[in-house]
Design a protein around this ligand. Sequence first.
Ligand code: NAD
Length: 455
Amino acid sequence: MNRKDFIKQSSLVGLSALILPNSVFSGTLFKKEVHIGLIGVGLRGQSHLDTLLRRSDVRVVAMADPNDRMVEMALDLFDKHQKPKPKVYQDGEEDYQNLLAQKDIDAVIIATPWEWHHRQATQAMRAGKITGLEVCGAMNLEECWDYVKVYQETKVPIFMMENVCYRRDIMAVMHMVRKGKFGQLVHGEGGYQHDLRPVLFNDGEHPYGHGVKFGKEAFSEAQWRTLHHIKRNGELYPTHGLGPVATMMNVNRGNRILYLTSMSNRPVGLRDYLDKTATSTPPQVRFKQGDYVQTMLKCENGETILLTLNTTLQRPYNLGFKLHGTDGIWQEFGSGGFAQGHLYFEREMEYSDQWENAEEYLSKYDHPYWKKEEQKATGAGHGGMDYFLLNDFVECIKTNTEFPFDVYDLATWYAVTPLSEQSLKMGSAPQEMPDFTNGKYKERKPVFGFENYSM
Ligand SMILES: NC(=O)c1ccc[n+]([C@@H]2O[C@H](COP(=O)([O-])OP(=O)(O)OC[C@H]3O[C@@H](n4cnc5c(N)ncnc54)[C@H](O)[C@@H]3O)[C@@H](O)[C@H]2O)c1
């Protein structure tokens, strides 16, 4: 049955409070046009904006960002798409609160530095704005509980905007998992393995990869993300790897993560980069964040998950996905195309003991959602997956349907960060993952990635 085959009538009063659990899908067109406010229009916010401005069912009516250069770049996109300009809040870091008070906004997307996520997202929910929150990990565990508490108090939905769950090969593997091709899942891997050195030292002037500035004088993520590498050591970016694997393993929907343990190496990559790249005296700074942080998670149903964070050494991009079940194994290689992974299903492959290129299988199991919307996704960020992410955000709001990744997923995925930091401080000691659902994970049903999953 299609998600939209279940119909429930709703009134237009109190939109956010009426969002239906996705076990009771709504097919009713509840709202024709969604009015969105963007909080943070840096490089990621602009990418969302570029995708949203292509849609006829969205109006971006406001944006808040204290950075004039980013605001100018974002306003240019309105010209490019010939759309009416939004109200702009750029009078300092607190001006987003005036955006939250703007009455005609249904939903906000928050794409700001990590340290702002908790404050802005919980304030947005309290202001009655349906919230899409960009990826990262929490600053501390209390924040994770607070997302849940604010949701339970306000009933305003929050969407964990994990775009990698929508990557085409990942959705094809997801499709195979839902069809039972892998048998019983045993182990999964993923992570974020991406050379971010040019991002962390981007001065916005030199060609990409030649700047050495960070902090207030720098550009985009170099203004703030680098500081996390100076002050922290942990799995700081867990959701790209964990989101897809946790969804395949039904975490928070029949399964849950029990505990984790992390290990990291000594940090050398960023210091080495600065010493080799700087043309004059390099910035004198020491880093705490290990070049490799690996985190093992144990699930209640017995599966293990390995996350690898590796962003400070030279390397090509690869998220390192692996999924191993009793009937099959998939190993991703490269940056996500169908042709780049390998698979093995012993019975179908007549016990050949040879890997097969994943292309044929992944094409065969290409998810119907991708096939249906492929044209519309052309040109959207990260090979099209960002179209699907935003499509779910908008369509869930329009049809009053619960988001596929909700506050409990957000709290769990974000919690990996403070727990891994704590584990590293304690010599890799295991850290318990709280059950943010308070036992409801036993009844909550998986929804994402089934044959008929489509918004
Ligand atoms: N899912 C993905 O593929 C992906 C890719 C890139 C970034 N991200 C995430 O998106 C978020 C933003 O990253 P980015 O690359 O756009 O960084 P960025 O530095 O380019 O943009 C952040 C913007 O937030 C603004 N900002 C800072 N404080 C603010 C405040 N108080 N109110 C409003 N705006 C404020 C900054 O001025 C800046 O323009 C981060 O969580 C990052 O991890 C996700």
